[in-house]
Design a protein around this ligand. Sequence first.
Ligand code: FES
Length: 199
Amino acid sequence: MDAHPADTDKTLGPGPGSAPPPPSAMPRRGFLALATAALGTLIAAVLAVPGAAFILTPLRRKGSGGEFHSVTRLSQLEVGVPRSFAIVEERRDAWVRYPREPVGSVWVIRQQPGQKEQVIAFQSECPHLGCAINLRGDQTGFLCPCHTSAFTFEGQPTNHVPPRPMDRLEVELSSDEDPEVRVKYQRFRTATEEKIPLA
Ligand code: FES
């Protein structure tokens, strides 16, 4: 039985009478493959740069070093009487931004007239292990209820529990007639003698 012409083509390949591939076919195929690979590399590089920037930006972002928060007006502070103010901030981690919420609090004290600074402020986190510092029951100083760290209204320790004084915060007053009191809110490492800002 005679073989079908199609079967003959599959098994035998080009016959002696077949035309040879044009001499330029192989180099052109090679050039196209090379160009495709180069284009792919270029596209990958273009996409990779912004992608890498997006991923690395939060890692490169420095700690803010604290921001000033307006807490009250000077006229609202009674000389020598500490007042606590909540600090509300927008919280962020590496890639997520959360709604504004209380992140901590500060103690603010208006000083006697004639003092170098009209207002001083302290971080309310205890430098011992971070509990919230409160007023003593007799209102003569500060006291941390967790392990009894005690401080004067100048933030100096009055016992040996805390490793350092209360953490002072920068204060600035606006130039209004009744100045706005702004406190630079920062947090610090606990359980160290040195005052080390957290990033
Ligand atoms: S955390 Fe304040 S005394 Fe320990």
